[in-house]
Design a protein. Structure first.
Length: 376
């Protein structure tokens, strides 16, 4: 095996310019695939961040709602009907809607999330300044620090306006990002209705908590049979529905996957061309090995070893670049996150790309006639 490695490395490193070109193809492909897939999974996480951090058994939303920010209007009186259904312990209203942050002439669009601070359900998390309980004070809001510059606030205690109403920042969170890059702003339920322009008689959704021994599926069916025009979804169902809409029905996810697929194709072609050229330049050496009795499998091992060397070196460089991207986007509105599982999958993908590329070189070698050594 050491002889295979020695021959493969000499063939690969003999023409350093060609080797660098091959590495650039691998690095380009792996980095692009890595970033595209990280954005895909990152968007997926941001789409459902509110749902994932809400403690509830069921979400009650209107029949036309497709995702969390999709403002649905339900009558506030529906709460009494929900509480009358067997198995329901609590039904907490909540509102979500767009509003304008800042004074006239310098307004920024925000997504206002109205919550009941005293209830068990949705509340700001990862609070790094102030407290979530401060939202019980009228006119107090919570924002995320990543949007501080966009909202022109310095932190807890800062003053601003929402739809002309004065507000004070009572809490600052870290890591609550919106997939649409529009800042989330948490506030008390009644204040949120004012900021959005929603009458007290309407709400966006209800968070339903069940009694300890209640069967969630049976209760869900009872709710749907009792109240028309609504959806009763578990958190997993609502999250999947939201991801499906944004990643597939809008084409955003398809664009990211297409970009990653294009990167794989480009990288594979570049590597294949490099290995083919390297093999073609050493046809005489391979013919001599065959004339000396070297088996086809031995020749294959040399070529595949060249491909694996390309994969290991190229992936190592790409991984360093990828981790640098993660570091520089850690505090940005569009964070790139690389999970250990994705790193392993990309390493396997890189090896597969290189081995597939090596096949073109193998086809060229198996057709060479060992007799050509007699012509030299």
């Amino acid at each position: 095996m050491s002889l295979v490695f020695t021959l493969a490395s000499r063939n690969l490193f003999q023409d350093r310019l060609r080797f660098v070109a091959s590495l650039m193809g691998i690095v380009f492909s792996v980095v692009l695939v890595m970033v595209q897939m990280d954005l895909y999974f990152g968007f997926s996480g941001m789409i459902t961040t509110m749902i994932d951090h809400t403690s509830t058994d069921l979400w009650i939303v209107s029949s036309g709602t497709k995702y969390f920010e999709d403002l649905s209007l339900l009558p506030s009186t529906m709460r009494g009907r929900l509480l009358a259904i067997e198995g329901v312990s609590e039904a907490t209203p909540g509102v979500v809607g767009f509003s304008a942050w800042g004074p006239l002439g310098a307004m920024t669009s925000v997504i206002v999330v109205g919550i009941d601070v005293t209830a068990h359900g949705l509340s700001p998390w990862n609070v790094v300044e102030g407290t979530a309980q401060s939202l019980s004070v009228p006119g107090t809001v919570a924002i995320d620090r990543v949007y501080s510059d966009q909202l022109d606030v310095s932190g807890a205690g800062a003053n601003a306006q929402i739809r002309g109403q004065p507000v004070s920042v009572g809490a600052v969170t870290d890591g609550i990002r919106s997939f649409a890059m529009t800042p989330y702003v948490f506030s008390d339920l009644d204040d949120a209705r004012t900021y959005i322009g929603l009458p007290p008689s309407f709400t966006s959704h209800f968070l339903v908590q069940l009694k300890p021994k209640a069967d969630i599926e049976r209760t869900r069916r009872n709710i749907l049979s009792t109240i028309s025009g609504i959806q009763a979804l578990t958190s997993d169902q609502f999250a999947e529905q939201s991801r499906s809409f944004w990643l597939f029905r809008t084409g955003a996810g398809a664009a990211l996957v297409a970009g990653a697929l294009l990167a794989v194709i480009v990288g594979t072609v570049i590597i294949a061309q490099t290995l083919y050229s390297s093999t073609k330049d050493h046809l005489y050496e391979f013919a001599r090995l065959r004339a000396m009795g070297a088996s086809d499998s031995y020749i294959y091992q040399v070529i595949i070893c060249q491909a694996l060397l390309n994969a290991v070196v190229g992936f190592s460089i790409a991984a360093l670049i990828g981790f640098a991207v993660v570091h520089f986007t850690a505090k940005s509105a569009l964070q790139v996150v690389i999970s250990p599982g994705l790193v392993i999958e990309l390493f396997v993908l890189t090896i597969v790309m290189c081995i597939v590329s090596a096949i073109t070189a193998i086809f060229r070698v198996v057709r060479v006639d060992p007799a050509i050594v007699l012509t030299r």
